[in-house]
Design a protein around this ligand. Structure first.
Ligand code: UGA
Length: 451
């Protein structure tokens, strides 16, 4: 029976590795394949190449059920269900780049008795095209909904598992359903095109929710409302729900920016203009840049000012820098002439490669030494308990821009800081405001903008 053969996982990047480890945790034997020889060697030696909470332990605990190889024949010889987890990055046109999937397909030859289970995010229509091109191959769409930083938990406790198959491939969909049954969550059995669309639509909707609350936050700033109160009041309506209503410096990562753009392009390629997503993308781009005006309000010109970024990864609990808002923000700050330094608990190496002119610091204290402002970009839990009373003494000016509304504004103000959040009233006492602005006006000769 198919379930007694090892499960093949093709591509052991972030999705593939979490998938392989969780299948093993469910008691399945797994053979993971990747073209990256170094990665495969490291995994076979028990080393985990990415930062994902709980993953290392899972891999260690289930080692005897896991094997990694660079040879596709190893996978084809033993596995029947082949979970495809290769990358589908955006191309210059905004479409998804399917070349890695094409490369996998070219190695599957006639399909044998295999079923390809697509976990990579692909445009709606891809599965049917693959099925037409490889008639011997069964095909199942099983999109993943894992979040980086909580992927293991999401996998083992899903809200739902979507399994799409077209007529003739029910046996493969049944086999996938059986693998997933122990984790619970509603199983959504549907056709391939709908399963593909569920994934894109879910990500696009969540991104829309974020851009929506970011715009509400921006309006709150104009009218003196507090967006955290507004989001709370909105989220209690069950039809809206409280999640993904946290305003900030924009969404990033390898998924939302790519999938929103891919869905927009998918629609565009059929002749349909998805206007809403055009706005979602633009709002997100502008949101990353709004920190500049908040800093200028207190510091005047940013030329020559030292700005410390706290957190660089696109969200906490990951070292992933793909489409991180910090990349745009750091470049914008440098474009204004600021000297940018940064601290991130785990993303320093990856960030250092992408931002070679930003000074990477080993601690918050080092980053804030002599700084004119601190900008919280990623809400790492360790930033919640910083001793701002003592940090104030290190900084040239007591100014904090909280890009995630994560810090305790009152505590900061009591410590003498001028505090700027996203979509919240400034409420800075005259003293803090003056402390943050006085030397800037003196040194730059530029008037700070009125509140
Ligand atoms: C997202 C989806 O949440 C997953 O369901 C999906 O499987 C995944 O994409 C994917 O397609 O692979 P992920 O990119 O890991 O997961 O991260 P999220 O936790 O969704 O956050 C994405 C971005 O939105 C982050 O930059 C985060 O800071 C931002 N965000 C999130 C907000 O700005 N506000 C919020 O309220 C929530």
């Amino acid at each position: 029976m198919s379930e007694e053969r090892p499960i093949g996982v093709i591509g052991v990047g972030w999705v593939g590795l979490v998938t392989a480890a969780c299948f093993a945790e469910l008691g399945r034997r797994v053979i993971g394949m990747d073209i990256d020889d170094d990665k495969v060697k490291a995994l076979n030696r028990g080393r985990v190449p990415i930062h994902e909470p709980g993953l290392e332990e899972l891999l260690r605990r289930n080692r005897e059920r896991l094997e990694f190889t660079t040879d596709m024949d190893d996978v084809l010889d033993s596995g029947r269900l082949l979970f495809c987890c290769v990358d589908t990055p955006p191309t210059y046109s905004g479409d998804a780049d399917l070349s890695q999937i094409q490369s996998v397909l070219s190695q599957l030859k006639d399909g044998g008795d295999h079923a390809l289970v697509m976990k990579s995010t692909v445009p709606s229509g891809t599965g049917r095209a693959i099925r037409r091109g490889a008639p011997g191959l069964a095909y199942v769409s099983c999109p993943e909904f894992l979040r980086e930083g909580s992927a293991v938990d999401d996998f083992l406790h899903p809200d739902r598992v979507v399994i799409g198959a077209d007529p003739g491939d029910e046996w493969a969909a049944d086999a996938v359903e059986e693998i997933y049954r122990p984790v619970g969550g509603e199983i959504v059995r549907t056709d391939v095109a709908s399963a593909e669309m569920i994934k894109l639509a879910a990500n696009a909707f969540l991104a829309t929710k974020i851009s929506f609350i970011n715009e509400i936050a921006n309006v709150c700033e104009e009218v003196g409302a507090d967006v955290t109160e507004v989001a709370r009041g909105m989220g209690l309506d069950k039809r809206i729900g409280p999640s993904f209503l946290r305003p900030g410096v924009g969404y990033g990562g390898s998924c939302f920016p790519k999938d929103v753009s891919a869905l927009k392009m998918l629609a565009g390629n059929t002749g349909y203009h998805f206007q809403l997503l055009t706005a979602v993308i633009e709002v997100n781009e502008l949101q990353k840049r709004r920190v500049i005006a908040k800093l200028e309000k207190h510091l005047g010109t940013l030329a020559g000012k030292k700005v410390a970024l706290l957190g660089l990864a696109f969200k906490p609990e990951t070292d992933d820098m793909r489409e991180a808002s910090s990349l745009v923000l750091a470049s914008r700050l440098q474009g204004e002439g600021a000297e940018v330094r940064a601290y991130d608990p785990v993303a320093e190496d990856r960030a250092g490669q992408l931002l070679p002119t930003v000074e990477m610091c080993a601690s918050v204290e080092e980053a804030l030494e002599g700084a004119d402002a601190a900008v919280l970009v990623t809400e790492w839990p360790e930033f919640a308990d910083l001793d701002w009373d003592s940090l104030r003494g290190r900084m040239s000016r007591p100014l904090v821009v909280d890009g995630r509304n994560f810090l305790d504004a009152e505590r900061l103000r009591k410590a003498g800081f001028a505090y700027e959040g996203i979509g919240r009233p400034s409420g800075n006492g005259a003293q803090a405001q003056a402390a943050a602005t006085e030397s800037s006006t003196a040194s730059s000769g530029v008037e700070s903008r009125p509140d």
